[in-house]
Design a protein around this ligand. Structure first.
Ligand SMILES: NC(=O)c1ccc[n+]([C@@H]2O[C@H](COP(=O)([O-])OP(=O)(O)OC[C@H]3O[C@@H](n4cnc5c(N)ncnc54)[C@H](O)[C@@H]3O)[C@@H](O)[C@H]2O)c1
Length: 290
């Protein structure tokens, strides 16, 4: 099926990025969240991405404005009613994703496909209870979606071949690279990434070496494009914690995050989005908060 209009549910870190990518590919997109401030934060983030492109001479202000005019926002789920594909990007908990997919059932057209941007959860499990589990697939973008080209496309047990084809061709149309992966906790990329992140967290706890030094060491070694602690702050420590919990339950303690992530999440230090995480962002540049 051809996607003439898309929706994104959840205007947070990923939802806003994904809506930007869709509008950039000149597909009309509706961005929905539960509150007006959340929707506004999402819109602002999208405007910033376009502004950066204009500042860097990659597009003109009028081209950016044209793309932005393809974006509409709402706090009402019914605004997604005429979409051909809706991608959910709500927080990484199975109960919430199940509940959201069930609510979507009652507002979407029967032909609309539902994509989940889940990092690690089971597509099969989140589609259980849906009236149409066959239309649910994983569409896993990576942060920052406005830059990263890879998208993991995941079939659950009930996902139909038509659903997968719609998702794969949509991802290609928006100039990303779809890769079909097997359904398993963490799929491919997060299974590998989180194994490394858990190891480096354990190393920091065991040795007391600062997060900044470890980030510098991994960067200087050319191992990664971003140090693991800076990356975790960008991703959101609440998301990292949920993904670690999913992977630890599936694969055992080698995926455990230790106390460093849990303790920060408990006090609301979620990374860049809350101003503090492994680093302090309140003064502009990141500070090693240790
Ligand atoms: N953060 C990342 O780098 C990253 C990368 C890839 C995938 N993901 C996945 O994307 C999803 C979203 O992660 P995020 O980092 O954007 O989270 P986030 O916390 O930044 O944003 C989540 C948004 O969902 C909204 N929301 C909550 N309940 C809702 C509901 N019932 N209906 C509509 N909106 C609702 C919140 O208000 C918030 O704006 C998760 O499944 C996560 O695992 C995240």
């Amino acid at each position: 099926m051809f996607v003439l209009k898309a929706g994104v549910l959840g205007a947070g870190t990923m939802g806003a990025e994904i809506a930007q990518v869709i509008s950039f590919a000149e597909v009309p997109v509706v961005l929905v969240d539960i509150s007006a401030p959340a929707v506004e934060r999402g819109r602002k983030r999208i405007e910033e991405i376009y502004q950066r492109r204009v500042d860097r001479g990659r597009m003109t202000a009028s081209q950016a404005q044209d793309r932005l005019s393809l974006l509409t926002t709402s706090t009402d789920l019914a605004a997604l009613g005429d979409c051909d594909l809706v991608i959910e990007a709500v927080p990484e908990t199975l109960d919430l994703k199940r509940q959201v997919i069930r609510s979507l059932d009652s507002v979407l057209s029967p032909l609309c496909v539902i994509g989940s941007n889940t990092s690690a959860l089971s597509i099969t499990a989140m589609a259980e209870g849906s009236r149409q589990p066959g239309r649910v697939a994983g569409v896993h973008f990576f942060f920052p979606a406005s830059v990263m080209r890879l998208v993991e496309v995941v079939s659950g047990e009930a996902t139909t071949a038509d659903t997968v084809e719609t998702v794969v061709s949509f991802v290609t149309d928006i100039r990303k690279i779809p890769v079909r992966v097997k359904e398993c906790p963490g799929f491919v990329v997060n299974r590998v990434l989180m194994a490394a992140m858990s190891e480096v967290l354990r190393y920091a706890e065991e040795t007391g070496v600062s997060f900044a030094d470890l980030d510098r060491a991994t960067l200087a070694g050319g191992l990664v494009p971003m140090g693991p602690f800076g990356l975790a702050d960008q991703l959101g420590l609440d998301i990292v914690k949920e993904v670690q919990a999913t992977l630890e339950a599936a694969y055992g303690p080698r995926f455990g995050g230790g106390a460093a992530v849990a303790e920060r999440v408990a006090r609301g230090a979620l990374g860049v989005k809350s101003g503090h995480g492994f680093y302090d962002y309140t003064g502009g540049a990141a500070d090693d908060g240790r």
